[in-house]
Write a protein that binds this ligand. Structure first.
Ligand SMILES: Nc1ncnc2c1ncn2[C@@H]1O[C@H](COP(=O)(O)OP(=O)(O)OP(=O)(O)O)[C@@H](O)[C@H]1O
Ligand SMILES: [Mg+2]
Length: 213
């Protein structure tokens, strides 16, 4: 596909949403067509599933949660991400497959084979071209998220759970070093943006002319 899919991953309050806005602006000022989107979400139906999974009326089992994420992702990939990549957009996605791997496997205890099956069913052959993994001590991220507003059902889980997530993201980065770049999320906002933009440069050079606005 002519576009680029860049995913932003990592624990709670690490700065993913903050950086998607800034990196999107920086890429647009370079003349690129950018789509900012998020998971779960990105379409009206997937956003409704996001509301459900973040504040479920009754507790969802890890498998039920994984299936909701997969349904939301299938809709998002087919209706938003793939069409944008076809048009040559740089798609910046706030969480994607690695959050499911980390939260539902390391966090929720599901078998990785099952997660990968759901990944294949929801994404087909689509894989991120590049994944930025935001890493910082979990207490710092949770404190940032706490300052931002009330906790959701994920932020409220215990420290051991968040520690497993952090390690899971680092393990994914170690297993797929060509796709994943780990960023020190404890740096100040502008420094994090600079690191990300430097890491994106080689991938941006592969963009075909359709990606230029
Ligand atoms: N590098 C940074 N230094 C200090 N504060 C930051 C930094 N990046 C973001 N913040 C602040 O931390 C809070 C969480 O940031 P943000 O919402 O971008 O994180 P997130 O990774 O998207 O979190 P979540 O996983 O909960 O969606 C916000 O109040 C934001 O302004
Ligand atoms: Mg966010």
């Amino acid at each position: 596909m002519p576009g680029l899919l860049i995913t932003f991953e990592g624990g709670e309050g690490a700065g993913k949403t903050t950086q998607i806005a800034r990196i999107g602006d920086a890429l647009e000022s370079q003349g690129l067509s950018v789509l900012r989107t998020r998971e779960p979400g990105g379409t009206p139906s997937a956003e409704a599933l996001r509301t459900l999974v973040k504040s479920p009326p009754s507790a969802l089992s890890p498998m039920a949660e994984a299936l909701v994420f997969a349904a939301a992702r299938a809709d998002h990939v087919a209706n938003v991400i793939k069409p944008a990549l076809d048009k040559g957009f740089v798609v910046l996605c706030d969480r994607f497959i690695d959050s499911t791997r980390a939260y539902q496997s390391a966090g929720g205890g599901l078998a990785m084979d099952d997660i990968l099956t759901l990944e294949h069913l929801s994404c087909g052959d689509l894989k991120p071209d590049l994944t930025i993994i935001f890493d910082q001590p979990i207490e710092d991220g949770l404190a940032r998220a706490h300052q931002r507003g009330p906790q959701d059902s994920f932020e409220a889980r215990d420290l051991a759970y968040h520690q497993r997530l952090r390690q899971a993201f680092l393990d994914i980065a170690a297993q797929e070093p060509d796709r994943c770049q780990v960023i020190d999320a404890s740096l100040e906002v502008a420094a994090v943006s600079e690191h990300i933009l430097a890491g994106l440069r080689p991938a941006l050079q592969t963009l075909t002319p359709e990606g230029q606005a």
